[in-house]
Design a protein around this ligand. Structure first.
Ligand code: CAA
Length: 258
């Protein structure tokens, strides 16, 4: 298994557990973390033995934001020329599901990366926020867009303009996280959920992920049409024949991923 400077990667059966590992900087997201994460996600996507990933941080911080010390000295010309942060779009192109398991701070880029994942499981200690305004900037990795879609304009605007943090309960009520788990059980529970997903028919997993994500990109009518076409397409797979036969014969399905 590949070794990385800023993340730990562990395979647990069909689940890849990725742990952000810059504890001294509260997992601040620098260029090295991005490079390591993209390499790990590419390996995960290409590995047929792996069906779902969990991205987590430490007990204190999922990630306390983009690395302020790395950005501090940069001017507009450098930021624009390097298209700073554009690389994070590749993270969102991971085709298999990625679950964010968030304990502690998920601030700025940390909140944004959690929202790039397919859903967020939050420890009761989780705190979400977009405090960039206090640094004289704004979200830069999609926070103003994804947070607004997740929790609506009122809360997103308040959080971006004031930098206030949302605790796990508020985040669950607002629909930012799918559920809250006691901090001590977070990673185990996330791996359990990921294992259940990884045991589903792989083509159906990719199709379900793609169609839910399409809801953010299209009109309702186009999205419904996209869903229906993918649904029709799944009727060309061995796993559809097997899944429906297994139901009728009252036995578990055996998936080939074909
Ligand atoms: N970048 C770089 N270093 C960071 C960091 C960040 N985002 N967040 C924390 N650290 C570092 C601190 O500098 C400190 O390092 P030193 O020991 O070398 O001084 C170490 O991590 C521990 O942090 P604190 O001593 O501050 O820990 P704390 O418990 O007192 O406070 C905190 C925790 C409230 C999360 C505080 O660290 C904090 O406010 N961090 C910054 C949060 C922030 O502004 N995030 C947004 C960043 S900009 C961004 O993300 C842009 C974007 O849209 C992508």
């Amino acid at each position: 298994m590949a070794e990385y400077e800023t993340i730990l990667v562990e395979k647990r059966g069909r689940v890849t557990l990725v742990t952000l590992n810059r504890p001294k900087a509260l997992n601040a997201l620098n260029s090295q973390i991005l490079a390591d994460l993209l390499a790990a996600m590419a390996d995960f996507d290409a590995d047929d033995s792996q069906g779902c990933a969990v991205l987590t941080g430490s007990e204190k911080a999922f990630a306390a934001g983009a690395d302020i010390k790395e950005m501090q000295g940069q001017g507009f010309a450098e930021m624009y020329a390097s298209n700073f942060f554009a690389g994070w779009e590749d993270f969102t192109r991971t085709r298999k599901p990625v679950i964010a398991a968030v304990a502690g701070y998920a601030l700025g880029g940390g909140c944004e990366v959690a929202m790039m994942c397919d859903f967020i499981l939050a420890a009761d200690t989780a705190k979400f926020g977009q405090p960039e305004i206090k640094l004289g900037v704004s979200p830069g990795m999609g926070g103003s867009q994804r947070l607004t879609r997740a929790v609506g304009k009122a809360k997103a605007m308040e959080m971006c303009l004031t930098g206030r943090m949302m605790d796990a309960e508020e985040a669950e009520r607002a629909g930012l996280v799918s559920r809250i788990i006691p901090a001590t059980d977070l990673v185990e529970e996330a791996v359990k959920v990921a294992t259940a997903i990884a045991e589903m028919p792989p083509l159906a997993v990719k199709a379900n992920k793609e169609m839910v994500n399409a809801a953010y990109e299209t009109t309702l009518q186009q999205g419904v049409q996209f869903e229906r076409r993918l649904f029709h397409g799944l009727f060309g797979t061995e796993d559809q024949s097997e899944g429906m036969a297994a139901f009728v014969e009252k036995r578990p399905g055996k998936w080939t991923g074909k």
